[in-house]
Structure formats: structure tokens, C-alpha cells
Write a protein that binds this ligand. Sequence first.
Ligand code: DGJ
Length: 721
Amino acid sequence: MKFMKKFFIVLFVFATGIIRAQTEPITTANDGKSWTLETKSSIYQIGSSDQGVVGMYYFGNKSQDPTKLRYPLGEEVTVRGGYSATTPMLEIVFKDRVRDVELTYVGSEIQTVDGYKTLVIHQKDKFYPLSVTEYIRVLPEYDLLEKWMEVKNTGKKDMIEIENAQSGTFFLPQNAYELTHLAGIWGYEYQPNVTKLTQGVKTFQVKDFRSFGSSFFAVRPEGEQMETCGEVWFGSLQYSGNWRMDLEKYPRGELQVTGGINFWDQSLMLKPGKSFTTPKMIIGYTCRGMEGVSQNLASYTREKILYPSHRSKVRPVLYNSWYATTFDVNEEHQLALAKIAKELGVEIFVIDDGWFKGRINDKGGLGDWTVDKNKFPNGLQPMIDKINAMGLDFGIWIEPEMVNPNSDLYRTHPDWVFHYPNRTRHEGRNQLMLNLAREDVYQYLYDSFSKLLRENNIKFIKWDMNKSLTDPVFPSAPSDEQRAVRIKYVENLYRLLETLRAEFPDVWFENCASGGGRVDLGMMARTDFSWASDNTDPVERTFIQYAFLNAFPSNSMISWVTHEDWHKQNHPLEFKFDVSMCGVLGVGYDITKWTDKEKAVAREKIARYKEIRETVHNGDLYRLVSPYENNRSVLQFVNKAKTEAVVFVYNLAEYPDNAILQTKRSKLIKLRGLQPEVSYKVEGIDGTYKGAQLMDIGIQFPVRGAFKSGIFKICLLYTSP
Ligand code: DGJ
């Protein structure tokens, strides 16, 4: 590649200068300007040439011999400028309209950021007052690196325009590669999309704030798509606004992966002395196939991303009244639902949409966050008291970022919504998006929801968002800030969530956006769980959940049992519960209409769920059988001590005891992640089994027939010493 000419005198020191210590995540070579970053299974190597160009030499398996890494694959911070041969991380326009950037190495240090060693590399433009600081935080136990960048205008006089600032990039050597990413639409979120990466650029992106997919990516050598083994480079972005991922395959076969904010229709003006910090991109490497990817990402998200104070708390069983009532809520019915929910074993009762002023349907009310006195003449707290007296916590639905034109808020502040003058106004679900980039909008929302939480004993917030971003105009801002409206919006969204959480530390927060429209590590960092999809059909949910668990942990996935039946299949209630029990269980039926038999099923399932949730939420996931490849789905969670596993078997079609069929598709399921030498007891199956036997030979679970399911606990047999 052309950019390699810049490195014509590469002082290559990896071979001579570095002694790789197993315990140090970052090692600096003797020359002081070459580094090796080391995780459990990978190394990432960087060096600065004599010309001050900081290049990336290698990212992959740590068994690589460093002496082989003679040439950089690309620059650490790719820029628009010079040969422009690569996807740029940074595109700048200076005051005199020069658009080229020429970075040169200035210095580096190793910092400790939240307990993890972080390599900080300083570069600056050779002529203009621009500095670029790259951060790479090493999280060895998750096989992950976090990358982000700070761009600063170090001048005194002129503004600098940022047309693009990505979070991170990395290069892979010549090879044929294949990509898996998760894309979807409402009701069919995060569907795995697999594509060959041929010469050119594969971009997946969102211009909206809802994607129904994810910035998650997994790249592997072509033809090696394996669940349980094989090299995979993977990652995603910690961002909830519009984002993009670019995978550029060069003519000679190298691959560059770049991710960050989608600067489409955006630019940032940096005033003298000001800086802009990108969100983080995480990148990882594993040689344990997609299983390694999902386990690393789940552990990382569970232990480092989810909102800290609630991260390790046991997730409560919820009842949510949406499917039972839609907007037609009142105290009497809510209390009737709550009473039965409590009898079934539910721990928190959540009232969904419809409780606030003017909200009789989706045509009005959004924005007016006071209780509807027609529905709740005594306000909310008397009802909450009664619900609390039953032994249930209480939660409530809100949709802060939206307003209906039919609301007092809109009538008072029509200028608070996104809407270009002289242009069609784009409503969705009869609502408009508030311009949360505005400080007055931020303050109004903060005042409304802090008051709601202060005046009522609310322990759970379901934060919804149901409209696409359109017409993002910001006329009240100075002209040089107007094109950064989306970035400012997301900043204030995060600020609002963080402020409310800090002020009300014992409240759970659920993230929802018309189902799973905005599930990402940015929202996960500020909430406790996400509503995966409005599609609660148990068969389709099996696919959605299998895909969700590619990238996110099960303790972040809310899943309700409801009467929804998208294909008129009338699935058994037991099957619905079993499907929901591999996430955070919720119930959404009108349970006042349930028969005693149905209540008995629910009671038994909820009790069972409480026994297994610790392993399901905190264990490692092994996806034993994919519904995308079979007529069934089998998931296994193993606790960290490997003393207990829980297996979920979902049959999506008939599995007759037919010898011919059996030879075509084995019923034996090979378990994973157990201790080979010790004995286990498999619930519901006679005898004891060595871990090795369960893993190498497998076991048949007694689940017969379509839409039948089973949950099996596998426990280590303790023998007296
Ligand atoms: C969309 C959500 O996905 C649903 O669960 C429900 O909360 C509705 N909004 C309420 O309007």
C-alpha cells in the first residue's frame, strides 16, 4: 500500500528491544517508541518510525513471532491527507481551507484508567495547531482493547472544523475475510448477517438513533465460520447516536476495520483550546470462535459496562402491564394485576404507557409528565403504597425524548422539537422528537423526572423511545454548533440518565426503543437491561435472543411471557416461559384472566427461574445448537466454578423417534465448559455422568415434539473428601 512509503526507514525494534513479560499488559521497547499490548490470547503491536509516523504492525494471536513483523500494516490514526489510501479516522478543515492532516509522533505515556493500563500516544500536526491523543486501554482478561481519541485545537485564534473523527481503526494482514454483523428491523432485531469482504468498503451504519441492529462486528478468515474454534476479530462501539463501521478490503488483501460516530450530515467546530473526545470502540481477538466472542463480550459488559451500582444485583422478576392494558390503565385494574403477580412470585410491578395526563391513546400526552387525574384521581403514590404493601416494588414507563403535538408541552414550547422551517415535518406514531441538545429541554426533562421520582416510591424506570430522528435542526445554537446537534443530543441524553441515576441510586433503569431499537454499549453503560424486541412470539423470540446473546449478556436481556401470537400458533405457556427464562424474566399477560391451571404453571416456572437465574445471568454461555441451522435451539450456561450448568432446549419442529431422521440429525447434545474428570448429575435423567462423557459423547434430553422445551440443571456431584 502506498502509505507504507512513509515508513521507508523503519527502525524496527520489536525483534530486539522487547522482552514480553506475561504479566505486563503494555511493554515499551528500548527505543521508547514501540509498544506491545498483550491480552490473554492476543498481542497488538505499535511503533513509531524515525519519521514520526505511528504505525500498527500486528493484532492477533500472541504466538506470533515478533521478528516477523517488519512492516506496519497501516497508521494508528489514519488521516485524510497524503496518499489518502486508507479509511480516514480524522478529516479536518483548517481556517485557510487546507484539508490535509500530517501527524507526527510527540510522545507517549502509560496511564492507569479505571484500573487498567492504558497506552496514551500523543501526535500533532506538523504545521497547524492540532494535537491528537490516542488512548488504548488493555483489558487482558476479556481479550479486549478499548480505543478512543481526543482531538484538540491547540491554537489561540482560529477554529478548526472536524468533518470526521472516528474512535479507532486496525488492520489485518492479507487474507480472505468474512464478516458477521447484527442488523434488523422492528420485531426482527439483531439478525446475524454474514458476508464476504471483497475488495472495496463494506459499511454498516445508522443515520437514525434507532438501528434495531448493532455496531457489533466479527471478522474471521473466510470459510472458518466456527462456533467453537477459529480466529475472530470482533468489537463494537460504545455509542447510542448515529454510528458507522467501515471494513475496507484493499487490492492486495489487507483489511482495515474502522468505527466511530457517523459524521454524515455532521461537523464539529473546535474553538481554540477546546478538544473533542470520541466514544470508545472496543476491539478484541479470540481463537475460540464465536463462542469466545460472545463469552468475552458478555463478561466484559456484565462486569465493566452495565451501570456499576446494579451490575451484580440479582435481576427481579417483573410484571409489565403493557400487553394487558395498553393505554387503558386505572388503579383498580393495576392493583388486581399486582395482587395476582405477587401470588405468582413476581418481584416488581411496572405500569407501562398510559398513566400520564392526556394519554388515552398514542395521539396525545407525551411531554406532560404528570399523572392523569381521570385515571388515578388520588395520584400515583396511594396506588404505589398498596402495591408496596403487597411486597412488590413499583416501576413506571416514560418516553422522555418525545412530545405529542397534542400536549401542553408542545403548545407552550413548539420551538423545542426538531423541525426545519419551510420543510415537511416528519411525525412518527403521532409524535415529534424534542431537541435534547437544547439546555432548556434538558432542564425541563430533568425537572419532570426528578420530581416524579422524588414524589413517588418508584424503583424502576422503563425508558422508551419510539420515533426516528428526522429534521435535526438547531436554530437556537450559534451557527458553528448547529451541525453538531446529534452529538450534543447524545451527550445530554447520557447526562440526563447519569444525573437521574446518581440522584436516585436505588432505581433500576430499562432501555427500550420500540423494542430493541437502541441496544448498544452506550445505553448499557447507563441502564441495567434492555427490552430486546416488541416481538414476544416465543418462536421468533428464540431467534432474536440467540442473536442478542452474540453480543450482550443474558442479565441485560428482558424477556416477557405474553399472549402475543404473531402466527396464530397458540404455543404452550410452558414453552413461552422457558424461552423467556434465559434472560431477565417478565410477565405481560392480562393475568386477571388466567385460569388456576395457568397460574399454577406460572408459579412453578417463576420459582424455577429463581433457582437458575444466578447461573444463567452470570455464567458463560455456550450456544450448543443454533435455530438458524436446525429446527431447535439449545443454550447452555455454565457458572464460573463449573459446578453448575443450565441447559435450555427449545424444539421448533417435531423431532420424531424415527431412525432415518435420527441418523440425519443427532439428538445427542454435546455439552461444553464442564470439568472433564468430575461427575455430574443431570436433572431429569437417571445416573451420573463424567464431564468428559457429557462433552465428548453427549446426552439426549427428553424433549419431544414441536414447541416443546425443557430446562435442565446439571450439578457437580460432591464426594466426601
Ligand atoms: C414501545 C415499547 O417497545 C413497548 O414495550 C411499549 O412500552 C410501548 N412502546 C408503549 O407505548
